[in-house]
Design a protein around this ligand. Structure first.
Ligand SMILES: [Fe+2]
Length: 254
């Protein structure tokens, strides 16, 4: 069982990049399931539209996850209505259906849970406790997208769910980390998958705008940088018999 997890899609150029490459990627890596974080795929790089999510599903995404920008361009009830489009399940008043789903693989089921970190982020509900509430041990596979700023929070979470989740992949920082591994209990883990967006940018944003904000601390309206995009993803190989991860492979495409 191969699960392809694609990092944060940034802007319309990132969306086009993922949609054009995903079918071939699925074939090349023999992906049985594909999860894409579409958190930044609208024209401004903040949020996801209905049409953006539809494009990702059409291109081959089984599940589309989001993060802190989930409600910027999409109403909460859209997540309630769209089974495989997820927002972080630890937003207050978020139902289990909005933040988790089950992929029916015929011979087995895979639960996918989307959570947000709380360190250096909005004070949402506790992601560790929310996982405990949502985790369905009757599903052979469980994959978590933890959309979080803090590397320590992501790592601690993965250790917490080691042996229950098949895989935990971090998103949000847009920078791929080089720490993919299988934890002792059989959970595949990477702190951050990275992004699918413009290469010559500051995590997707026009560099001059990011410099102005950082140097002068003045309010700046960010826009998505132009130019060629890269695609970052991770492939988790899971044991069909027990759901445990056997390999974590990073995919970094220019
Ligand atoms: Fe984010």
């Amino acid at each position: 069982m191969n699960v392809l997890c694609v990092g944060d899609v940034v802007g319309l150029s990132g969306l086009d990049e993922v949609c054009s490459r995903l079918p071939a990627l699925r074939r090349e890596y023999k992906a049985d399931v594909c999860i894409v974080n579409g958190e930044n795929s609208d024209v401004c790089g903040r949020g996801i539209t209905r049409s953006g999510a539809a494009a990702l599903f059409d291109a081959g995404a089984d599940v589309v996850t989001t993060g802190n920008h989930c409600f910027f361009r999409t109403r909460p009830d859209t997540f309630e209505e769209t089974e495989m489009l997820l927002c972080p399940a630890n937003f207050p008043y978020t139902s289990a259906r909005m933040g988790s789903c089950v992929v029916d693989l015929g011979r087995a089921r895979m639960q996918v849970i989307n959570l947000s970190g709380v360190a250096f982020m909005e004070p949402l509900d506790n992601p560790f406790v929310r996982f405990d509430e949502l985790y369905d041990s009757s599903c052979r596979f469980c994959v978590v997208d933890l959309h979080a700023e803090s590397t320590a929070e992501k790592r601690a979470f993965a250790c917490y769910v080691d042996g229950r989740a098949s895989a935990v992949f971090g998103t949000h920082t847009h920078v791929p980390t080089a720490d993919g591994q299988v934890l002792p209990g059989g959970t595949g883990y990477i702190t951050d998958v990275g992004m699918c967006g413009p290469l010559q940018s500051v995590i997707g944003v026009v560099p001059a705008q990011a410099i102005e904000k950082q140097r002068c601390h003045t309010p700046v309206r960010f826009s998505v940088a132009e130019g060629a995009c890269g695609l970052n993803a991770v492939l988790f190989t899971l044991n069909d018999a027990d759901g445990r991860c056997t390999a974590v492979r990073q995919i970094l495409l220019p």
